[in-house]
Design a protein around this ligand. Structure first.
Ligand code: NAP
Length: 424
């Protein structure tokens, strides 16, 4: 009975769904042993480092990941980096198939003057900062100003704006990084402007995210009714269901009776950013009214762009336009790609389930004679790694530390802290 060795690189949702798909495709005649390789000491990818901490329900999918990890024939190799600790050539040589599931970690740039001024950062730095990602705890987030601008009209921009505009004590009962809660409690920001270059009818938010905004207890949420009504007219009668639902949700927000909290989250549409200005740090952003020559500016001390992501490249893997070059998930004879690294940064976590399943069917079709020339443990003789058992120790310590504080977990932040919780 052949047992095929598959290495999955990247322990995020797409990687776990790929492992789950392989487990589901197993028969008596077709068996897999799965090694999941992750550069961080912790798995779960965006479920740990991306999902907003005030959305704990979305994170319950981690239970599925742990079930996959404990289903047998699965090993975790955390704190092991492809491209430095091991190479793609070595993996391809040893494994019957290698699956890249490394996501897209680099924030896209606007490409406008002033974007590199202090006070201008990307969601790709801000989101992992508040989520205790070990590489981002030192990100300099300038919160000493009255107004912050968030550029982009997708769910990430929404998360970023909400995290800045929430009453920070609402984060006490979440797994937000301690350093971020402390910084947000000291923050001077009282107005957060979320700015979209197109109209409300083209916004990339999903409607559940819009529908939760009127429920915020300590934040004023403002959308101009005239903006939404004009969008309804432009959208016309042959309108897609999702757009209709978004516009309905936006109308509700725009019609809600004004509240008088300390903090405000405000939406601006049809505003294309053209320049970020400031003397040694961000002071204002100049916009062009989309579709006209009119210019206006907004004074602010912090700008966070949330306009999409690109995959960070790994030596030995072909990339084009921020993605791994692939044909429906196949890269070459035994190399595959899933998730955002495959299709770009789109879709919710569940989107990866069907996507990874399709690619794993392709992988099975491409299998040849099972290899018998070693595995990753032959390459890691001088290096310790975070096994599933060690990860479970880290996980249990974080949960135990959070319990007396009423948090789902208290996250360790640095690599050293995380490794020591794992007994490494
Ligand atoms: P997204 O949904 O693709 O939104 C990107 C936004 O950036 C769009 O509004 C786009 O506007 C804008 N944009 C792009 N280039 C721009 C530029 N040069 N100047 C100004 N604006 C620009 O991406 P995302 O927000 O990063 O989210 C990624 C995926 O994760 C999405 O599928 C999202 O739904 C998902 N996600 C889901 C949740 C959740 O379920 N709660 C949370 C977070 C993320 P145009 O349309 O005009 O290009």
């Amino acid at each position: 009975m052949p047992s095929y060795k598959v290495a999955i690189v990247g322990a995020g949702p797409a990687g776990y769904f790929a492992a789950q798909a392989l487990q589901n495709l197993q028969t008596e005649e077709l068996q897999f042993s799965i090694d999941m390789i992750e550069r961080l000491p912790t798995p779960w990818g965006l479920v740990r480092s991306g999902v907003a901490p005030d959305h704990p329900k979305i994170k319950t999918v981690s239970k599925v990941f742990e079930k996959v990890a404990n289903a047998g024939n699965f090993r975790l190799f955390g704190d092991v980096e492809l491209g430095t600790d091991i190479s793609i050539e070595q993996l391809k040589e040893m494994y019957d198939a290698v699956v890249i599931a490394t996501g897209s970690a680099i924030g896209k740039k606007l490409g406008i003057p002033g974007e590199d001024l202090p006070g201008s950062i990307s969601c790709a730095e801000f989101v992992p900062w508040y989520n205790a990602h070990p590489d981002f705890h030192e990100t300099d987030v300038l919160l000493d100003c009255q107004t912050a601008l968030v550029i982009g009209a997708g769910n990430v921009a929404m998360d970023v704006a909400r995290m800045l505009a929430l009453e920070p004590s609402e984060l006490d009962a979440t797994d937000t990084a301690d350093h971020a809660i402390a910084a947000l409690k000291a923050s001077a920001i009282r107005e957060v402007v979320l700015s979209a270059r197109r109209g409300p009818e083209h916004a990339a938010f999903t409607s559940p995210e819009l529908r939760e905004l009127p429920k915020l207890e300590h934040t004023n949420v403002f959308m101009a009714k005239s903006d939404i009504e004009a969008a309804v007219v432009r959208a016309g009668s042959e309108i897609e269901k999702d757009t209709r639902s978004n516009l309905d949700a936006m109308l509700l927000i725009s019609e809600k009776e004004a509240t008088n909290h300390d903090r405000t989250m405000k939406f601006q549409f049809l505003a294309t950013p053209v320049e970020i200005k400031g003397n040694n740090r961000v002071e204002e952003v100049v916009f062009q009214r989309t579709g006209s020559d009119e210019r206006f500016s907004i004074k602010c001390g912090l700008v966070i762009t949330a306009i999409g992501y690109e995959a960070a490249s790994i030596p030995g893997i072909p990339y084009e336009r921020g993605k791994v070059v692939n044909n429906e998930g196949r890269v070459d004879e035994n190399l595959y790609v899933v998730g955002w690294a495959k299709r770009g940064p789109s879709g919710v976590i569940g989107t990866n389930k069907s996507d990874s399943t399709e690619v794993m069917k392709l992988l099975v079709e491409g299998l040849k004679t099972a290899k018998s020339n070693g595995d990753i443990t032959d390459l890691l003789t001088d290096k310790s790694h975070v096994s599933q058992e060690k990860w479970e120790a880290i996980n249990a310590s974080e949960i135990a530390a959070g319990e007396p504080l009423g948090k789902p977990r208290k996250k360790a932040v640095t690599r050293e802290e995380l490794l020591s919780l794992g007994g490494i």
